[in-house]
Design a binder for this molecule. Structure first.
Ligand SMILES: Cc1cc2nc3c(=O)[nH]c(=O)nc-3n(C[C@H](O)[C@H](O)[C@H](O)COP(=O)(O)OP(=O)(O)OC[C@H]3O[C@@H](n4cnc5c(N)ncnc54)[C@H](O)[C@@H]3O)c2cc1C
Length: 324
């Protein structure tokens, strides 16, 4: 690991004042410390946000407001989050291990870098690192993207993001030029926008909060994470479903797939299938089939299509069944 200057921030403005190209903020450090050890990042300065008072606040008077240092463990256990945003609580509860969830913050989770083994390996100078090859395209791509995968086939690593996008969350970004609020869906950037980045965070900005709208009356939601085996790992496929219901009929559907694309992927065709329809086994299956139309799996990840079909169908039924 290359040496760097270590700065403890006293408040968020103090942290922002330190930011510049070559400077990174640290929250829980779960991803960042790994990257420093792996030599993926070699910053001149690390600004420690951890310990800054108030940045871990979680409030839910109407909308849910998450301070960037709120940990996944806090979110999975928070009574209001469990009751009103169950898909988010479940996504947090199923990420990583209890020990990691105690350290992992929501801000850091959304900005963690992808798990693609070619990106993480010092032996491969891939497009994400300024090279001109995506090694996954013709390599070991069993855990890679099944859509929007021609330029760079990473999948977005954050599971809470899958649920947050389904709930229509926004992020408040704060930087030297002021504050801006963005739909989380717009915060994440596909490879076509900038293959070296996964989001639109500027060098002088931090996530100041994540804001999740209060659920409309009669909203039903569920999240499911499918892993390869019972181990503590990122999902092979995860799905968040948020449905606004009128009796058994779906008025509006939000269905988001994780581990499918370089960004949390809105399954718009599936949403359209459910809109205005009684949600039963057949509707759930039709939505799941629609979600997989147009997918472009790679040589080794075609198996994800039937996995997603099953997980989407089950998550829709879990949402209307009340089981999150
Ligand atoms: C074995 C294992 C399994 C895992 N499984 C999952 C899983 O299933 N699902 C999942 O979602 N994650 C999983 N993770 C990843 C883990 O949840 C993330 O590494 C963690 O959430 C990162 O949060 P952090 O606070 O430690 O961030 P840090 O490591 O401190 O930071 C990560 C990145 O975010 C940036 N950052 C941090 N805070 C801010 C901020 N407020 N504003 C702007 N940038 C910021 C940092 O500069 C850095 O680039 C797993 C990790 C491990 C080790």
């Amino acid at each position: 690991m290359k040496s760097f200057e270590w700065v403890q921030a006293h408040n968020i403005d103090d942290a922002i004042a330190q930011l510049a190209p070559g400077v990174v903020v640290k929250a829980g450090g779960v991803d960042l410390i790994d990257r420093l050890k792996e030599g993926l990042d070699a910053p001149a300065r690390v600004v420690n946000l951890r310990g800054v008072a108030g940045l871990d606040a979680v409030t839910a008077p109407g909308e849910l407001v998450l301070g960037p240092l709120a940990t996944l463990a806090e979110l999975e256990a928070h009574a209001d989050v469990k009751k009103r945003w169950p898909a988010l609580a479940t996504a947090c509860a199923h990420a990583a291990t209890p020990q990691i969830r105690n350290m992992a913050t929501i801000g850091g989770n959304l900005v963690q870098r992808p798990r693609c083994w070619y990106f993480r390996s010092a032996d491969f100078h891939c497009k994400k690192k300024g090279g001109d090859v995506c090694f996954a395209l013709h390599g070991e791509n069993q855990f890679h993207a099944i859509v929007d995968n021609k330029l760079c086939a990473i999948v977005h690593p954050s599971s809470p993001a899958t649920a947050l996008v389904a709930y229509g969350a926004r992020v408040m970004l704060k930087g030297k030029r002021g504050e801006r609020s963005l739909a989380l869906e717009e915060f994440f950037a596909p490879p076509e926008k900038n293959v070296q980045r996964e989001n639109v965070l500027a060098d002088d900005e931090v996530i100041a909060s994540v804001n999740v709208p209060a659920p409309m009356p009669n909203t039903r939601a569920a999240y499911h994470k499918q892993v390869e085996k019972e181990s503590f790992d990122w999902p092979m496929a995860d799905v968040a479903v948020v449905l606004r219901m009128d009796g058994r009929t779906c008025k509006q559907a939000s269905i988001v797939l994780g581990a499918a694309a370089p960004v949390p992927w809105r399954a718009k065709a599936a949403e359209a299938v459910l809109g205005g329809r009684v949600v039963d086994e057949r509707a759930a299956e039709a939505a799941a089939n629609a979600a997989m139309q147009g997918m472009t799996p790679l040589s080794q990840n075609g198996y994800k299509l039937p996995v997603f079909r099953a997980v989407i169908r089950r998550t829709i039924l879990a949402a209307v069944g009340g089981a999150a």
